[in-house]
Design a protein around this ligand. Structure first.
Ligand code: HEM
Ligand code: HEM
Length: 181
């Protein structure tokens, strides 16, 4: 049977993770594009903190299962929605993980508002940061860059789907995710 309403945990986790991811994607793109190095530490710190919430959410989702579709759409749309949800969950894990790989293995270190998780690697000869493992750092960088577009496109589909349910189908899909059903 379809759930007419969602638990407070499902709603809170969806919006805390969802809105933070959107903000980090925007900040990440901006700081890289405009070389705003002052934002790097804030981006990395919030990214590591939200990683803990993301892991909790994924475990919660795996235990509880995905919500049954609330709409009257056909089996194909329900299947696409499920694929999109899986892609978003996997993307939310890979984003911070690849960030830590890139910064940690790249020798830049990972600090959460000043608290050291992975130390910087300073080359004694040059006094500059030096990669610890270039392969891992490079892979992390590629994955992080790919996700901007990969998850960006999936997210557009996800938001368009939610709006279509609300405006065209006029069902409770969006309402139950904002706690109004
Ligand atoms: C403004 C942005 C967003 C809107 C309007 C929105 C809307 C919704 C709605 C209405 C549902 C319920 C679908 C159903 O009942 O079948 C849902 C589920 C879901 N959304 Fe979003 N969403 C947004 C952003 C995000 C973001 C940024 C992510 C992750 C990167 C995300 C991940 C998910 C996942 C994984 C589900 C499946 C249920 C769950 O695990 O909580 N959403 N979303
Ligand atoms: C959910 C968490 C995260 C999201 C959504 C996110 C998103 C992004 C995005 C979209 C970019 C721009 C990529 C581009 O324009 O090619 C970026 C850049 C970056 N992110 Fe993240 N990020 C997250 C977590 C992290 C974490 C945890 C770290 C490190 C500990 C990190 C380190 C970086 C760095 C160093 C850059 C700049 C890369 C460069 O200058 O080439 N990110 N991030």
């Amino acid at each position: 049977m379809q759930a007419r309403s969602f638990s407070k945990t499902t709603i809170a986790l969806h919006w805390i993770v969802g809105l933070t991811i959107i903000a980090l994607m925007a900040i990440g793109w901006y700081m890289k594009e405009f070389k705003d190095y002052g934002l790097y530490n804030v981006h990395k710190s919030v990214g590591v903190i939200i990683f803990a919430v993301i892991l909790y959410r994924v475990v919660y989702r795996l235990i509880k299962g995905f919500p049954t579709p609330a709409g009257t759409s056909g089996a194909l749309q329900a299947f696409v929605a499920k694929l999109v949800h899986w892609a978003l969950l996997i993307g939310t894990v890979l984003f911070p993980l690849s960030g830590v790989m890139m910064s940690g293995a790249g020798g830049h270190g990972v600090y959460v508002f000043g608290v050291e998780l992975i130390a910087k690697n300073i080359d004694a000869a040059t006094g500059k940061t030096a990669p610890i493992n270039e392969t891992i750092a490079g892979l992390g960088h590629e994955i992080h860059e790919f996700l901007l577009w990969g998850i960006g496109i999936v997210l557009v589909l996800h938001i368009a789907g939610a709006l279509k349910h609300h405006i065209i189908d006029k069902d409770i899909t969006l309402k139950r995710m904002i706690g109004k059903a």
